[in-house]
Design a protein. Structure first.
Ligand code: PLP
Length: 463
């Protein structure tokens, strides 16, 4: 490619890797980082700047930026983080914190060998599903269960097994996109089935499904519209009616629940989210949901339903490609055990502690943070405790928000964006919401033992 002189000159002015590598400032920022990593970071950064210049953008090499990259790389980047965003199940922040019993199981199976695929009863080769299948059946009322990498994988496996080469009928109002490019039509295409859309965006009737049934129909699919709601003049067909229709024509009904609650949140004053056992009781042949949304275990996709269909899925070649490792099973087994005793799960699972935290508790914790920083940072920032709204996130309870309390920080000498950046670069990183000229730390998701850390981060960022 021919470049104009301006761009040529700017490219030639870029420093050489070796020169930077031997530079005093660079050495200092890199600390004890391995020389190979230092060179890689320098090279990657120069490459980025070079591409920007070639593409005609106004990029420049900056020493500060390189130093920052080296400083950040000195510590592992996947570490604990503090969630001040007020989004409980934030995919970017790894969704839910795990219960203590699950953490212990993680250490136990990672430190030692484990009976992952050996039956303890007869010593023969067993299956990794043995650890969670009885629990899942007990908790949902289903005949059989299977676990794969995530709920997206679950949908793919179900459709490939049941309906490959056949038609699957789904309502237009349920053709959802979840973040990270999960789109129902794309997953259906990948599974090899043919999507037949029925109804309109806001209204789908039972007769729309019935009129679309042909000898080619392989399944009826219902998708929980977990991250949005259609309101106003709407109609969705209840699962019971879809099941009755499926029975009439001997067509299986699949229910993709997304978050899939194992207990009824509305009993605790939270908005209602579909409960897995209710879908099974309504007669759905297969139900799938995430392991790391309202169950609060590690990433997994859980499939429960009729034994005959689940057995077929277990034998499908995709299952091997989508299977989870021992760490996932260990976490899932212990987390599911908690749900056997509803009082216990509500008491011990951090997810439920966060969801059920009272406004007075949040108020108290916000005050503790203020007490820890206000004197030290007098004149540097203004602080205020404010009522706010938090979200469940992870595609759960889309339109419902939770009462919350935030500490709002207005820095005096720096911008809010700069404050947010400094908080992010603190170790552990702290994430807060920037709303206009305020930086909000939401106490729905900041936990009691994190207040001192947040205080220290604020002091370092502002003092
Ligand atoms: C979240 C969600 C998915 C994707 O689940 P992952 O476990 O994140 O892959 C699929 N379907 C619905 C309805 C969801 O809410």
């Amino acid at each position: 490619m021919l470049l104009d002189n301006g761009r040529q000159a700017r490219l030639q002015q870029l420093p050489a890797v070796e020169r930077l590598f031997n530079d005093e400032r660079v050495r200092k920022a890199a600390g004890t980082l391995h020389p190979r990593l230092i060179k890689r970071i320098i090279r990657d950064y120069l490459h980025e700047v070079r591409s920007e210049i070639i593409n005609g953008r106004d990029a420049q090499f900056s020493f500060e930026e390189l130093e920052l990259r080296l400083l950040v790389a000195r510590k592992p980047t996947l570490t604990r983080a503090i969630n001040g965003l007020g989004v409980v199940l934030h995919t970017g922040l790894g969704r839910a914190p795990l219960p203590k019993v699950a953490q212990e199981a993680l250490i136990d199976v990672s430190e030692h060998f484990s009976a992952l695929e050996i039956s303890l009863l007869d010593g023969r080769r067993g299956s990794r599903y043995q650890h969670v299948e009885p629990l899942l059946c007990e908790l949902t009322g289903a005949e059989a269960a299977l676990v794969v990498n995530n709920n997206c994988a679950a949908t793919l496996l179900i459709l490939s097994t049941i309906a490959k080469g056949r038609e699957v009928i789904v309502s237009r109002g349920q053709l959802i996109e979840i973040g990270g490019s999960f789109r129902i039509p794309d997953v259906m295409l990948q599974s090899g089935c043919r999507m037949v859309e029925v109804g309109t965006t806001n209204r789908t009737h039972l007769r729309d499904y019935e009129n679309a049934i042909t000898s080619e129909t392989g399944a009826l699919l219902r998708v929980h519209t977990s991250n949005y709601r259609i309101i106003g003049f709407t109609k969705e067909v209840p699962l019971e009616e879809l099941v009755a229709l499926g029975r009439k024509y001997s067509i299986p009904v699949i229910d993709d629940l997304g978050s899939g609650a194992l207990l009824d949140l509305s009993r605790y004053g939270l908005p209602k989210e579909p409960v897995v056992s209710e879908s099974i009781a309504a007669g759905a042949d297969v139900v799938c949901f995430s392991g790391d949304k309202l169950i609060g275990a590690g990433q997994a996709g859980i499939i429960v339903g009729k034994r005959e269909l689940i057995s077929k899925m277990k034998k499908h070649p995709l299952t091997r490609a989508l299977r989870c490792d021992k760490l996932t099973y260990a976490v899932l087994e212990r987390t599911l055990e908690l749900f056997l005793d509803e009082e216990r799960v509500v008491r011990e699972h951090p997810l439920f502690q966060i969801l059920l935290k009272s406004p007075s508790e949040m108020q108290k914790q916000a005050r503790q943070l203020l007490n820890a920083v206000q004197k030290r940072l007098a004149g540097r920032a203004r602080f205020e405790i404010k009522p706010t709204r938090a979200e469940v996130g992870g595609g759960s309870l889309a339109t419902e928000s939770l009462e919350s309390v935030a500490v709002a920080v207005k820095p005096v000498d720096i911008s809010v964006d700069e404050l947010a950046r400094r908080m992010r670069l603190f170790r552990p990183p702290v994430f807060g919401r920037v709303v206009q000229d305020e930086y909000l730390l939401d106490f729905r998701t900041i936990r009691a033992d994190e207040i001192a850390i947040v205080a220290e981060a604020l002091i370092q960022a502002l003092a």
